[in-house]
Ligand binder design. Structure first.
Ligand SMILES: C[S@@+](CC[C@H](N)C(=O)[O-])C[C@H]1O[C@@H](n2cnc3c(N)ncnc32)[C@H](O)[C@@H]1O
Length: 260
């Protein structure tokens, strides 16, 4: 099967979170498709390859364009930031391939990437070292009540939360529901991370109390923001990082011996 379509994770932001596998796949491609802002970030790596870019809400057209390029025999990639499986393009490409029964015609290769959740965690210590859940607050494709239920259940279960797509100018209700759920529990450490990996990266360590107090006016919470809410054991380190201990030092002495 000569026709190949990569679903290519470009990493959290900029180019520094791209994997070697992603760089090699991009290099191999003869056509590139993607959301405008993400493609622009990779301009130097893409060089003069033919590019199809479009904006928000054009996801189906983009994925179809990538499939069409591959059908023409061009090794193609569709770029999706972070990891393609985390609220990215893997699902839609796979759905379209399946609907159109193209599995015998095009080989689809998914390239894993560094999500914005993982990139953020790496920048601020060891905040996600116990069980966690990542939840998108976008109600474009998911029922708003189901989002609220997932947030509440995970928060009640003392999971660390990674909150994607917190709010946009027009879409604020799911974020208000999220703040309400936080306000009904105990205070937690919160990390607000925007544009991770890009020159304008900003990461702030704060609390859920601060998030609740600033409500929908919080200047750092936009569509380019990821929020991490710690669990009941998440704490600050003496140098200002964030730590959710896995529990080693509850069980073992510093020497490595089991505690009595
Ligand atoms: C459509 S989702 C894509 C998620 C991506 N596939 C991932 O693995 O991180 C877009 C949301 O991801 C988060 N996001 C993506 N890139 C980010 C970055 N560089 N810094 C902070 N948040 C980011 C934001 O919450 C944004 O609204």
């Amino acid at each position: 099967m000569a026709k190949k379509l990569y679903i290519l994770s470009s990493g959290a932001g900029g180019t520094k979170y791209m994997t070697t596998e992603a760089l090699e796949a991009l290099n191999e491609c003869e056509a590139v498709v993607g959301y405008r802002n993400y493609v622009k970030e990779l301009a130097e790596l893409i060089g003069d390859k033919p590019v199809f870019m479009s904006g928000m809400t054009k996801e189906i057209a983009r994925c179809q364009e990538a499939i069409n390029y591959a059908k023409e025999g061009k090794t193609t990639c569709i770029i999706s930031n972070g990891d393609v499986n985390v609220f990215g393009m893997a699902t839609l490409v796979t759905e379209l391939m399946d609907e159109q029964k193209l599995w015998d015609e095009i080989e689809v290769v998914s390239i894993a990437g560094v999500t914005s959740f993982l990139a953020t965690a790496s920048r601020i210590g060891a905040p996600i070292s116990q069980d966690f859940a990542v939840i998108s607050l976008s109600d474009k494709l998911t029922d708003i009540d189901l989002i609220d239920k997932r947030v509440r259940n995970c928060f009640d279960a003392d999971m660390i939360l990674g909150i994607y797509n917190p709010k946009s100018k027009k879409r604020i209700l799911p974020y208000q529901n999220f703040l309400k759920a936080l306000s009904e529990g105990e205070e937690r450490i919160a990390i607000i991370a925007s544009h991770v990996g890009r020159p304008k990266e900003k990461i702030t360590v704060t609390t859920t109390t601060d998030l609740i107090a600033q409500d929908i006016e919080h200047p750092e919470v936009t569509m380019s923001t990821l929020i991490i809410v710690g669990n009941s054991q998440t704490r600050h380190t003496s140098n200002g990082l964030v730590l959710t201990p896995r529990g080693y030092l509850n069980k073992y002495e510093m020497s490595g011996e089991l505690k009595e």
